[in-house]
Design a protein around this ligand. Structure first.
Ligand code: BGC
Length: 718
C-alpha cells in the first residue's frame, strides 16, 4: 500500500516537474525567437537604466519597460523619472511595514511571507515589476547604518526569512531583488571598501541566505553590492556572479548593479552583471550603454553574452509583468494594515519584566505619562534610506491613547530633543548627544504625578541611516539622563526602546526593572506596542542579533578590522560572527542572540532523537514536548543549536540549525519534531573546496535563547 502511494506521489511529482520543464523549454524557445528579432542596439538598451528606476523595453516587439522600486520598508513613493524629488502623486500612499530586524525578531517565517505578499500586492498596484527587497546582509558589526533594514547575524535565521519574503513577493508575480550581494556589512566607505573574506566565512556566513533565496525561494533578481569582495567589485566579480551564483546555484534571473555601483564595461559584462542601474544621466554614456555597444563591436564582449542577459530579463518578465493571470494588486488596504499589525505584534521583544509591571493592570492605573520624542515620532521616512509615504502611521502616543485612554488620563512630555540629521556634517550635528535639562524637568514633573511612566527612547531614521554607520553604541540625544531622572521619581517606569540595531543598554539593564524593545515597526507600530503593554498581545519576539556589553567585545572592533585600513576591511574573525564569536570566545553579551521574555512560562521536556547514530545522508529527527505552564496564551521560540566538540578545524561553540515558534494556550502542550540533515552539520572545508560533515560526536542543544540551553543530547555521525 505504502509502495503504491509512493508511486502515485512520484508519478504526480514527476508529471508536475516534467510539465514545468516543458513550459520552461517552450518559454526558452519563445524568448530565443524574440531575441532573434532584436537589433544589437535594442538589446543593449535593455541592459542599463533609462531613468532612475527603469530600463528600456522594446516597444516595437511589445516588450515593456522594466520598472523597479525600493523596498524594503514598503513600496516607495513615486519619484520623478529623472530625479529623486517626489512626483507628487496622490495614489502612492502605501503600507509602512516593519523594518528588517523587526521581521527577523518575529522568528516566524510566516511573518516574512506575509510581509512579502503585501509588498507584492502593493508593487502591482504601482505597476512595479521588481521590488528592491528583501535586504539581508549579515549584521556583522553593531554600528552598521543599515542594520535596521537587514535581518540577523545568523545565516540560518536569515535564510528562513529570506526564502519566505521572496516567496511572498513573487507569489504576486512581482520579482524580488535580493540585496546586496555580497559582504556589504558596513556603510562607511561602502562604495570603495575592499572586504577580504575567506571562502569558508563566505560559504558559512555571508552566502547561505542568498543561496537559499535563489534555490528555495527562486528569487528572480539579485543586486550586486557596492563594495569590492576579495579584490573585485561585486558588480564585476566573476567568482561571485558567474561561478557561484549563476553556475553553482543555477540562478536563472537577472543581476542588477546597485545604483551607480558599476565600474567598468567589459569586466562587468563578462563577469555576470546583467543590468547597470544608477542615479543620474546621461544614460546613454553609462558603462552598459554606448561603451557596451562599442565593446561588442570590438569583440570584447560576445553577442552570446548579451543575448544571455536579454534572455534573463525576458525570462523575468514572463514570470512577472508578462505572466498569465497577472494580479492587479492593491495598496494600503485594511488587510495590509492587519498584516503590518501582526508582524509588529510578533516582533516586540520583552527584555526585562522583573517586577511583573507588565502587562499593565488597567483597572489600577488612572494616569500615564508618556515621555520621549519617539512617542510622537514616525519612522516611515528619514535619513538616506528608502522610505515609504505611509498612508498612516500610528505613533506610540496614539496607540497608548487608543488602548488606555478610556480608563486613564494620558499626558505627554517630549523629554529629549532628537537633534540629528543624516544629511548634516558631524560639526553641524555637534551636541546631539547632550540632554536638554528643561525637557527633562518637564518630564520629571509629569512622571511624578502619574501612576506609570512610559519612556519612549531609542534612535530614529535620521540617526540610523543608509550611507552612515553610527559612531557609538550609546543611546543618543542624552537619553540616559532622561531615563535616570524619570526612573528616580516614578517607580513604575517602563523603558520602551525603538531602534533597529544593537545599543548599549548596560545602565538601563542594571537600574530599570521593565524594558521593552520595539523597532521602526510600521504603520501599526503604536497599536502593537500598546497591545503588548496592555497584555492583549503576549510578547514573543526574540533578538535577531547579540547586544554586546561594549564595542570592543564585538569581533570587528576586537580585531581592529572596522572600518578597515587603507580601504581594506579584513574579516579576520572568519566564521566567528555574532554569537558564534561571543560564545566561542566566552564573552558575556549584554543581551544574547535569540533572547526575549514572555508574560507566560513554558516548560520544555527532555530532548530525544529518533536514533543515536546517523549516516551522512540521513536526517536527524529531534523531538521534545513544550508546555505553557502559565496562565496566558503565548508563544515560545525554541532554538536548536549544534556543537561539534572535536573537529579538524576551529568551529563556533554553537550554530543554529533549526527553530520553531510554538503558540500555546495556558496548560496546553505540544510535541514538536525538528529535522536537521546530517549534511547541514558540515563546515566548509577550504582544503577540499567542499562541505565536510566529519564523523564523530555532535551535541544538540535546545534552548529559548543562544545563552539559555535547557537540554542537550549527543548523537554520532558515522
Ligand atoms: C541602495 C539600494 C537601493 C538603491 C536604489 C542604493 O543606494 O544601496 O539598496 O535599492 O540605492 O534606491
Amino acid at each position: 500500500m505504502k509502495y503504491t502511494i509512493a508511486c502515485i506521489i512520484a508519478l504526480f511529482l514527476f508529471g508536475k516537474v516534467s510539465a514545468q520543464s516543458k513550459d520552461e523549454a517552450a518559454l526558452k524557445a519563445k524568448i530565443n525567437g524574440i531575441i532573434s528579432k532584436m537589433t544589437l542596439e535594442e538589446k543593449i538598451a535593455m541592459l542599463h537604466g533609462n531613468a532612475l528606476f527603469s530600463s528600456a523595453g522594446v516597444p516595437r516587439l511589445s516588450i515593456p519597460e522594466l520598472t523597479c522600486d525600493d523596498g524594503p520598508l514598503g513600496v516607495r513613493e513615486e519619484i520623478k523619472r529623472f530625479d529623486w524629488a517626489s512626483a507628487n502623486w496622490t495614489t502612492d500612499s502605501a503600507t509602512f511595514l516593519p523594518n528588517g530586524s523587526a521581521i527577523a525578531a518575529t522568528w516566524n517565517p510566516l511573518m516574512a511571507n506575509k510581509y512579502g505578499v503585501v509588498i507584492g500586492e502593493e508593487a502591482n498596484a504601482r505597476k512595479k515589476i521588481i521590488m528592491l527587497a528583501p535586504a539581508f546582509n549579515i549584521c556583522r558589526m553593531p554600528l552598521c547604518g543599515r542594520t535596521y533594514e537587514y535581518y540577523s547575524e545568523d545565516p540560518y535565521l536569515n535564510s528562513q526569512l529570506a526564502i519566505q519574503s521572496v516567496k511572498g513577493i513573487q507569489s504576486q508575480h512581482v520579482a524580488a531583488c535580493i540585496k546586496h550581494f555580497a559582504a556589504n556589512n558596513q556603510e562607511l566607505n561602502r562604495d570603495s571598501v575592499n572586504t577580504l573574506v575567506d571562502e569558508r566565512a563566505l560559504r558559512e556566513i555571508y552566502f547561505p541566505a542568498f543561496k537559499a533565496a535563489v534555490q528555495q525561494g527562486n528569487a528572480y533578481t539579485v543586486m550586486s553590492a557596492y563594495n569590492k569582495l576579495n579584490g573585485y567589485w561585486c558588480s564585476e566579480n566573476d567568482f561571485l556572479l558567474n561561478k557561484v551564483l549563476k553556475n553553482e546555484w543555477g540562478f536563472k534571473g537577472v543581476v542588477m548593479s546597485d545604483w551607480a555601483g558599476t565600474h567598468h564595461t567589459v569586466a562587468a559584462a563578462n563577469s555576470g552583471l546583467d543590468i547597470e542601474m544608477g542615479s543620474s544621466g546621461p544614460y546613454d554614456q553609462w558603462y552598459f550603454a554606448k561603451p557596451l555597444l562599442a565593446a561588442v563591436k570590438a569583440g570584447q564582449v560576445s553577442v552570446k553574452t548579451i543575448d544571455d542577459k536579454v534572455s534573463r530579463i525576458l525570462w523575468l518578465m514572463y514570470h512577472t509583468s508578462m505572466s498569465a493571470n497577472h494580479p492587479k494588486g492593491s495598496i494600503a488596504t485594511p488587510e495590509h494594515a492587519k498584516a503590518a499589525y501582526e508582524i509588529a505584534s510578533e516582533s516586540i521583544v520583552l527584555l526585562k519584566n522583573d517586577n511583573h509591571l507588565l502587562p499593565l493592570k488597567t483597572s489600577a492605573i488612572k494616569s500615564i505619562a508618556v515621555i520621549g520624542d519617539n512617542a510622537t515620532r514616525t519612522f516611515a521616512l528619514g535619513g538616506y534610506g528608502a522610505g515609504v509615504k505611509a498612508k498612516y502611521e500610528v505613533t506610540a502616543l496614539e496607540g497608548i491613547k487608543s488602548r488606555f485612554g478610556k480608563t486613564a488620563n494620558i499626558s505627554f512630555a517630549q523629554g529629549y530633543r532628537a537633534n540629528y540629521m543624516a544629511s548634516k556634517t558631524d560639526e553641524q550635528n555637534r551636541g546631539y548627544d547632550k540632554p536638554d535639562q528643561n525637557l527633562i524637568d518637564e518630564a520629571v514633573a509629569l512622571a511624578k504625578t502619574s501612576d506609570v511612566a512610559i519612556l519612549c527612547v531609542g534612535s530614529n531614521r535620521e540617526y540610523e541611516s543608509e550611507g552612515h554607520d553610527r559612531k557609538t553604541l550609546e543611546l543618543p540625544f542624552g537619553e540616559q539622563a532622561l531615563v535616570n531622572a524619570v526612573s528616580a521619581v516614578n517607580p513604575n517606569t517602563i523603558i520602551v526602546i525603538m531602534a533597529g540595531a544593537p545599543y548599549d543598554l548596560g545602565e538601563i539593564k542594571k537600574s530599570n526593572h521593565t524594558i521593552v524593545w520595539s523597532w521602526f515597526n510600521g504603520s501599526e507600530a503604536g497599536n502593537a506596542l500598546a497591545d503588548v503593554l496592555k497584555g492583549v498581545i503576549n510578547p514573543s519576539g526574540k533578538l535577531p542579533f547579540t547586544f554586546p556589553v561594549s564595542l570592543h567585545d564585538s569581533p570587528a572592533f576586537n580585531l581592529d578590522t572596522y572600518p578597515g585600513e587603507g580601504l581594506t576591511a579584513d574579516y579576520k574573525e572568519g566564521v566567528l560572527v555574532g554569537y558564534r564569536w561571543y560564545d566561542t570566545k566566552k564573552i558575556e553579551p549584554q543581551f544574547p542572540f535569540g533572547y526575549g521574555l514572555s508574560y507566560t512560562d513554558f516548560s520544555i521536556s527532555k530532548l530525544s532523537t529518533d536514533k543515536s547514530s546517523y549516516k551522512k545522508d540521513e536526517t536527524i529527527h529531534a523531538i521534545f514536548t513544550i508546555k505553557n505552564t502559565g496562565n496566558k496564551s503565548g508563544a515560545e521560540v525554541v532554538q536548536l543549536y549544534v556543537n561539534d566538540p572535536v573537529c579538524s578545524v576551529l568551529r563556533p561553540e554553537k550554530e543554529l540549525k533549526a527553530f520553531e515558534k510554538i503558540f500555546l494556550k495556558p496548560g496546553e502542550s505540544k510535541t514538536v519534531e525538528m529535522q536537521v540533515k546530517v549534511a547541514d552539520l558540515a563546515f566548509y572545508d577550504e582544503s577540499k573546496k567542499g562541505w565536510n560533515a566529519e564523523t564523530g560526536d555532535y551535541i544538540l542543544e535546545l534552548g529559548n535563547s543562544s545563552r539559555n540551553i535547557i537540554h542537550t543530547t549527543k548523537i554520532v555521525v558515522k
